[in-house]
Ligand binder design. Structure first.
Ligand SMILES: Cc1cc2nc3c(=O)[nH]c(=O)nc-3n(C[C@H](O)[C@H](O)[C@H](O)COP(=O)(O)O)c2cc1C
Length: 586
């Protein structure tokens, strides 16, 4: 590993992350190590609870109730959704759209729940937290809460002293909240063994996307606090309180987002730029950790977690230290869309968000129009030429320049020749990609593609069987309209940022996936994330020979075939399954 600036970093963690990555690749003749047989009696519960914590019951909002859902297409245009005031009702909707249960499925006597955020194998390792100021319905004191999706309740872990809360929130706009995410690796490792750590990170990325989009549906802003050390996240969320997890599986710190209602005119500076911190003072978070907490984490599995040493090693190696993170110059200016994004879609955002599902099988027939594909892909363009805060939603949330590009297997797109395509999400990286890939590739701009969408045909041909084969022989990859590989600028990102950035690369893929899921629903088709693929065979298809680029996640989009043996039930007994209504916004 010889790279100039590598010397700046402690090498061991980077090597450990890369070792994990190599070791957890699926090969044609060898899958990454897993449990072999599933130990059903020891299956972890997908629902964490803190026994003894006092509860805030979030009101379940039916259709037609305030706050009403904006149009789906308005989600991506900053400034088009009026900001909902922060109340228990708007917070309820926020959690509902981001992390709540969206349906139950039943076959025979077996029932399982599904959520607005997807999860590899439906195992849901991601837990959500809220730090809020005093609000009616919340006991009128600031506090840190855990979100329990089964009951749609918040469990109060700690009351936060007013002065401490004010100090913690000093860098953020009025009425800001903090939303925390953690992962219980064991939930994924139970089923997937060593590769599970990757899936937990994908799921975090999906959850960040789901939170950003839920915020957008309320007209709220959201940024990831990119500078935080994992230690600070642990303090803030109470994850290092060993006594509260005495018999329970531990949670690993992931991310904290600041979320706030966007009020451009409230301080008399309409359109003015507001600076939002990307940091929290670690000493203040530590003070919260030392306060009097309530509740003990429940045990999720009968037996102690099976130890996968390589997961413990990569979790330690990719632990985030505090880093410099420039304050976010929050933009209240309308987000610039892409020319491919006519405001044509009138579906209610809430409807699209609540109906999102993974397809289990593709019909092998449904096609989409090239124009529609371009519109979907335009949503994935982060517009790197803009400062981070002015990038389109949800790319305004993450602080780093995008490192993921898309290799597409186009099967059934009307107006587009089948074959291998590439979407370069950062046009400055075109040369680097061209140099790394097969020299025979054509790099022909896709016909009729908007000029600001750098989608190129690499090689024409029927890639249906190839796509299926590469995705662990899953037919959904070949039977859809298209599938894709998310190709990361891998080695340089780790060498320049540090081992902790390994997790961010997966988060970025999850964020892309979350937008794709919703775009597929809006287009009348359906998508599925694909974590199971043969890593190096994928690299060979594109001619990628070293670690400059690595494919981290796959996705498929197509016409779904429903499984009629399954019955679908409403997410919460008290909530009607009636469709959401769209409202016309000025
Ligand atoms: C990171 C990730 C990887 C996934 N990998 C696969 C896969 O390889 N094959 C598959 O059929 N589904 C895959 N899925 C889909 C999940 O099984 C699905 O999200 C989960 O069952 C919940 O269903 P829902 O998405 O309809 O809510 C994946 C989902 C995620 C988020």
């Amino acid at each position: 590993m010889g790279m100039g600036n590598a010397a700046m970093h402690d090498f061991d963690p980077i090597e450990a992350a890369m070792r994990y990555h190599e070791r957890t690749k699926h090969q044609f003749n060898h899958y990454a190590d897993g449990p072999g047989q599933l130990d059903w009696a020891n299956q972890p519960s997908p629902f964490r609870r803190y026994e003894g914590a006092s509860l805030v019951h979030l009101p379940l909002l039916g259709s037609g109730e305030e706050p009403l859902s904006p149009r789906y297409s308005d989600l991506y245009h900053r400034g088009s959704v009026p900001s909902a005031p922060l109340t228990i009702r708007s917070l309820s909707r926020f959690f509902q759209y981001a992390l709540a249960i969206s349906a139950w499925k039943q076959v025979g006597t077996t029932r399982w729940s599904l959520r607005c955020n997807p999860s590899s194998g439906n195992l849901h390792p991601t837990e959500g937290y809220l730090l809020t100021g005093a609000l009616p319905g919340f006991g009128n004191a600031p506090g840190l809460y855990h979100y329990a999706p089964l009951e749609h309740v918040l469990e109060r872990r700690v009351v936060c002293d007013e002065a401490l809360f004010a100090a913690l929130m000093r860098g953020f706009p009025a009425h800001a909240l903090l939303i925390g995410l953690s992962s219980i690796h064991w939930r994924e490792a139970w089923k997937y063994g060593e590769r599970a750590f990757r899936y937990c990170q994908h799921d975090v990325g999906h959850a960040i996307g789901a939170l950003r989009i839920a915020a957008a549906a309320l007209g709220w802003s959201a940024v990831l606090l990119h500078g935080l050390a994992d230690q600070t996240i642990e303090d803030l969320l109470g994850l290092n309180r060993a006594e509260d997890f005495a018999r329970a599986e531990r949670e690993h710190p992931d991310a904290v987002l600041a979320v706030w209602p966007t009020h451009p005119a409230e301080d008399g500076q309409a359109g003015a730029q507001r600076t939002v911190a990307r940091h929290l003072d670690p000493a203040l978070a530590h003070r919260l950790a030392l306060a009097r907490w309530q509740g003990t984490a429940n045990r999720l599995s009968r037996d102690d977690p099976v130890r996968w040493e390589i997961i413990d090693a990569v979790a330690a190696a990719t632990r985030k230290p505090p880093t410099e993170a420039q304050a976010h110059a929050a933009s209240e200016a309308p987000a610039v869309g892409s020319s491919g994004n006519a405001r044509a879609d009138g579906s209610a955002a809430g409807q699209i968000i609540l109906q999102r599902r993974s397809l289990q099988a593709c019909d092998g027939r449904t096609s989409i129009m090239a124009e529609r594909l371009y519109r979907m892909l335009a949503r994935l363009m982060p517009r790197v030429e803009l400062p981070a805060s002015q990038r389109p939603i949800p790319w305004d949330t993450i602080a780093w320049d995008p490192r993921i590009h898309l290799g597409l297997f186009v099967h059934r797109v009307d107006g587009l020749e089948p074959g291998l395509y590439l979407l370069v999400r950062d046009p400055d990286k075109t040369d680097k990609l061209q140099r790394a890939m097969h020299q025979r590739f054509a790099w022909t701009p896709a016909p009729g593609c908007p000029v600001d969408l750098p989608l190129c045909l690499l090689e024409a041909g029927d890639t249906r069987r190839l796509a299926t084969q590469l995705s662990c022989h899953q037919n959904i990859a070949g039977d859809g309209a298209f599938s894709l590989a998310m190709i990361a600028e891998y080695q340089e990102a780790l060498f320049t940022q540090g081992a902790w950035f390994y997790r961010r690369l997966f988060w970025e893929t999850g964020l892309i996936g979350q937008v794709l899921y919703l775009e597929a629903e809006a287009a009348g088709v359906r998508a599925t994330g694909i974590g199971c693929f043969f890593d190096d065979p994928v690299h060979r298809v594109f001619g990628l020979e070293d670690l400059t680029f690595q494919s981290l996640y796959h996705f498929t989009v197509g016409g779904p075939v429903d499984d009629h043996r399954l019955t679908t039930l409403a997410p919460y007994e008290t909530r009607s399954g009636a469709p959401e209504r769209s409202v016309d916004l000025p």
